[in-house]
Design a binder for this molecule. Structure first.
Ligand code: PRT
Ligand code: ZN
Length: 286
């Protein structure tokens, strides 16, 4: 079908919720009943396939799905021919090497001749090769972190987020080998009609992402410090300045990144700004 695109998203797991809320924030409506494997939007030409994340790169490479949302770790590991259209900023994690807590770690040479358990044999293999370390890779599909304690391997290479799983299993992180976040991927050769739909979706996703990282700031300021305040919150084109009912005061409205706001807050207050409101932005189109 040419006038509809198909996107593969994780059925249930760490990527699912953020993937679906991003799509909803793009104004795309769909029914996501439990146990459903397929769904079609009621107001945008897109169909959803709910899959295991491991299968997403392959489905997109084969063209069964036109788009997919998957972790970069899975993407690089599966090594399929797809394009990365956009990094999505959620499901951030790292792939790291870890060893038993009590072991001395002299550096990567620790792993020379050792056994390493992982679910990421390709990424680990490439890393060891690039660093000229000869080690045995023991591929297992889950519960990697128990491998050292049951004598299956001397070290592991696994996804780490907070680090608490490693700690609970008496392990310590010694090398970070890969950083990952969720990415929007596409089939490498899409028809012009499908590309046009994907462009529409990307336009919306960009607006949502820009909105999230920006804030709408309103504040009151004495007129004699307006110049200073405007320089601290320059906004998209320039701030809006409205007179207050009280003589000598104005209300200044601007849009800026949250980081920029916090960096300048003391200077804003020192310049006489008061009644400062910071409001979230849902979508932002420049
Ligand atoms: O069923 P399906 O195959 O679809 O899901 P899955 O079980 O393979 O994957 P899932 O849902 O666990 O993770 C999906 C993606 O989320 C991963 O491919 C990563 O890109 C990303 N991600 C982000 C994580 C984590 N954070 C994470 N903490 N994936 C896994 N973990 C696991 C890790 O394997 C380890 O067991 O959480 C543990 C470590 O967490 P901390 O916080 O204790 O360090
Ligand atoms: Zn998986």
């Amino acid at each position: 079908m040419e006038n509809i695109i198909r996107i593969a998203v994780q059925k249930s797991g760490r990527l699912s919720e953020d993937s679906l809320s991003l799509i909803k924030e793009c104004g795309i409506k769909f029914y996501n009943g439990t146990g459903k494997l397929k769904s079609t939007s009621t107001n945008f030409p897109i169909e959803f396939l709910f899959l295991r994340d491991d299968d997403i790169p392959g489905y997109v490479a084969d063209g069964v799905a036109d788009l997919g949302i998957v972790g970069e770790n899975e993407l690089v590991e599966k090594n399929k021919e797809v394009l990365v259209l956009k990094k999505l900023g959620f499901s951030k994690c790292r792939l790291s090497l870890a060893i038993p807590k009590g072991e001395e770690y002299p550096g990567l040479e620790y792993f020379e001749g050792k056994n390493i358990a992982t679910s990421y044999p390709k990424i680990l293999g490439d890393y060891l090769k690039a660093n000229k370390i000869q080690a045995e890779i023991h591929e297992i599909s889950g519960s990697v972190e128990i491998a050292p304690s049951i004598g299956l391997a001397e070290g592991i290479c696994d996804i780490v987020s907070s680090g608490s799983t490693l700690m609970m299993n008496g392990l310590k992180e010694v090398e970070e080998i890969f950083r990952s976040e969720a990415a929007l991927i596409s089939h490498p050769n899409m028809s012009v009609a499908k590309k046009a739909i994907v462009d529409k979706l990307l336009f919306r996703m960009n607006a949502v992402q820009k909105g999230k990282s920006s804030k709408y700031v309103l504040l009151n300021a004495p007129n004699d410090s307006l110049e200073k305040i405007v320089s601290l919150i320059p906004g998209m084109r320039s701030p809006t300045i409205l007179p207050l009912a009280q003589n000598g005061w104005s209300s200044v409205h601007s849009v800026l990144s949250e980081d920029q706001f916090w960096e300048n807050i003391e200077e804003l207050r020192a310049a006489g700004a008061e009644g400062i409101l910071v409001v979230p932005i849902e979508k932002m189109i420049l």
